[in-house]
Design a protein around this ligand. Sequence first.
Ligand code: FE2
Length: 198
Amino acid sequence: MTDRRATLQAFFTSMHGAIRARTAASDSAAIAAGKIFAGLERPEPAAPRPADRVPACRYIDDALSDATRTDHPAADHARALAALVPDLTWYTRPGSDTADDSFATSHANATIVGNGGLARCPNVRIGVSLLAPNVQYPDHRHPPEEIYVALSLGDWRQDKGPWHEPGPGGIVYNPPSILHAMRAGSMPLLATWCLWNG
Ligand SMILES: [Fe+2]
């Protein structure tokens, strides 16, 4: 468990660092991140469970190799994520297998902190999402506020407004319950996310 603790801590530190690098201390994203990562000083390791992959995981190696290039603005965070990837239990969005076959096989999510993840912490959920090229993750909303760290190219939008591309290392902050979506262009979209439900 010591190694898992160290790789998780490196991931948390790199994620908080990536968020701080692109936000001012007074930004909502920085304030939410402060609460999230303070809570993670004492995560409870989760019981080991078998790692699992879904079809869209065929894109993870390419996405990580792009994201871990040394000139990538969030390369440290991508490398910390890469160390956890072999242990993750990947899943598809609930209900997506009945909605559209191509969507079910072209996206993947994994929880890092929270149910089904590698650790638990009250009020915090952290994970990673991967989209195949030219795939859109549907508009969705949830009560907890959320921060994405983009580790690739790809577009985000809120309230069906215009799409924007934060770029690798860019931060997207979603206030509580706002409608939001993301879509990949010609490359896979890779992003980590964290939610605060305090
Ligand atoms: Fe979300």
